[in-house]
Design a protein around this ligand. Structure first.
Ligand code: ADE
Length: 226
């Protein structure tokens, strides 16, 4: 999978993409991430990417010209499955969307700033708009990093143990059951006996019961949200 991210702040991705699973996925050649500085696609000496909104109102608006130039130069190199705009008014990201997107070949992600982007960018270039939650971030970068992480870990071969993404919370519309490790007894706080029993069938049943119980208690609407 190839991901091209258009941003004014490429450095914001350094941490999230150079550690842990996303780093390993890149090293294994399972994902190829390219960051594009939007200012590189301006033609004026101030490298201007934003301007005042027609009709006034507070805040600057991201201009169409540099965005168009960047997207079109990428599209002239290869076909893209989606051109995604990270936006608080986009569709809420969930595990189903992460699964679907993890199967794509080439994606563009545009990170917005200021008061928004010229509406014509959305009309003519964007194929999908995604929000990571009902709150407003300073820009789309952190949202894009979250989206990339959620997708990349689902690409076959990225996680060492192939089953571990499948048993994630949300994959089956359930949250995860509780887990424990050594010691068996810490200050009298004991690990549930059944987990030490060695009876695989009973353990699997217990885990499923716990997952169902937790989902009811904590996230009763989860099946519908996924
Ligand atoms: N840009 C600003 N806030 C955002 C959010 N919640 N999701 C995606 N992109 C954003």
């Amino acid at each position: 999978m190839r991901i091209d991210i258009i941003t004014l702040f490429p450095e914001m991705f350094e941490g999230p993409f150079s550690e842990s699973i996303v780093k390993r996925a890149q090293q294994k050649g399972l994902v190829d991430i390219h960051l594009h500085q939007l200012r590189a696609f301006t033609a004026d000496k101030h490298r201007k990417v934003d301007d005042y909104a027609f009709s006034g109102g507070a805040g600057m608006v991201m201009m169409i010209r540099p965005v168009a130039k960047c997207i079109e130069s990428l599209q002239s190199e290869r076909e893209y499955d989606e051109v995604i705009y990270m936006s608080p008014d986009g569709k809420l990201l969930n595990q189903t969307m992460a699964n679907t997107l993890s199967l794509k070949g080439n994606l563009i992600m545009l990170c917005g700033h200021y008061k928004g982007i010229d509406e014509r960018i959305r009309e003519h270039f964007i194929t999908k708009e995604i929000s990571i939650g009902n709150y407003v971030l300073s820009g789309g970068e952190l949202a894009a990093a979250v989206l990339v992480d959620s997708m990349v870990r689902l690409i076959p071969g990225v996680l060492g143990d192939e089953t571990s993404a499948l048993s994630d919370s949300f994959q089956d519309g359930l949250v995860s059951p509780p887990v424990y490790t050594r010691p068996r007894d810490f200050r009298g706080w004991k690990v549930p006996e059944i987990l030490l029993s060695g009876n695989e069938r009973l353990i699997a049943e217990w885990k499923n019961e716990q997952a169902v119980k937790r989902t009811k208690e904590r996230r009763p609407g989860m099946r519908d949200e996924c």
